[in-house]
Design a protein around this ligand. Sequence first.
Ligand code: PHE
Length: 342
Amino acid sequence: MDILSIQQQAEKEIKGANDLKELNLVFEKYLGRKGEISKFFRSLKDLPLEQRKIQGKKANQVKEVLEKKIQEKRTILSKKPFQEIKRAELDVTQPGERINLGHLSILTYAKREVIDFFKSIGFEIIESPEVETEYYNFDALNIPDYHPARDSMDTFWLKNKEKSKDKFLLRTHTSPSQIRYMEKHKPPFRVITPGRVFRYEAIDASHEAQFYQVEGLAVSKDIGLANLRYVLENFLKYFFGREVNLRWRPGYFPFVEPGLEVDIECQVCQGKGCPTCKYAGFIELAGAGMVHPNVLKNGGINPYKWQGFAFGLGLDRLVMMRHNINDIRLFHSGDLRFMSQF
Ligand code: PHE
């Protein structure tokens, strides 16, 4: 085909294109890499130089013209749907199509509520790494490697890529944040660290290999268990919107002395006993206590001058108790029938 016929044919097709899809096909057919114009250029290679120059120039002009025409037509066509809708088909009395919006996980909402509460009573909100070293997760918290308490937190150890004197792991609790914060700040202070923790554990209705904790730490001159109790009780009242039955009992953690465990009456069975609370009527919600002098020392704080309380709250269990969720595994199940209830 000579170049002028190509042009005529192309212009006709551009005019006739009814929508953008058709127009794109016309573009491909003439201006695409394997299109008529390219073919035409390739066919010139056998012509004598003079001829080649003249024909080449013509072809370039045609190419420009066609590009412009296609662009113009594209502008017209892309406005078309709106014009048509305006004219006729839109029945504004028809119900619209329902848009399904997702939302955050109940755990995220709960975490934000916890943050709001503690912010309102003057706590600072901090973060701490999920990948920790053995030092911060254990040694600095008064848990040396021969200590039997290490067995109570089955650990995901990480393989070291490079030779390093630190052994890395996924933090088994948020308590390492205590040391990290104390190293960099002078008392008095009060902070919470919400975050994810990991345990290499057999999972069941109340245990997951990954769950959330909220660590609390308050250090000052005269601060005691009464302050801890006041803060936690008020927090729980806020979180549940009512009084809940708690049970405070002695508990052992190497990084506090004295240490406590705080149990909440199982809300799934109202204390009667069920698989969620393992028929105990209560479920462990937090570990707590007065910060051990060795821990203060490891954080660079003089234990003869300062003292403080610490707690570690289980966020998943808190949410389970408030919403009557009987299985912790539901949180990560991705089951929309569960997720969309909140
Ligand atoms: N880190 C402890 C745990 O995960 C909880 C705890 C925190 C206990 C702070 C005492 C003080 O079990």
